[in-house]
Design a protein around this ligand. Structure first.
Ligand SMILES: [Zn+2]
Length: 89
């Protein structure tokens, strides 16, 4: 029984995190979940890898400079442009 918990913690947890982060970044969740399970370093890669396009609810594009910023951010961290909240539903 302890082995199952150990395997869950070592493989399933990073896989779940990788899966979720890949989804929010518009990447293949199965591929990234697998990569994260085998080599958890990919979670860090995912974390710092911002998407190339806007993903509703997770990332948005700055209307001024075109950089991708986090959905929750009210201000662009690249140019300081205040993002209008009209897109948040
Ligand atoms: Zn900007």
């Amino acid at each position: 029984m302890n082995e199952i918990i150990f395997i869950l913690l070592v493989f399933a947890l990073p896989a779940a995190i990788g899966f979720k982060m890949a989804l929010s970044r518009g990447k293949n969740p199965l591929l990234w979940g697998f990569l994260s399970a085998v080599f958890p370093f990919f979670i860090i890669v995912l974390y710092f890898d911002k998407p190339k396009h806007e993903i509703t609810g997770h990332f948005r594009k700055c209307a001024k400079c075109g950089e991708i910023i986090r959905w929750k951010d009210s201000k662009c961290k690249y140019c300081g442009f205040v993002v209008l909240d009209s897109k948040i539903i």
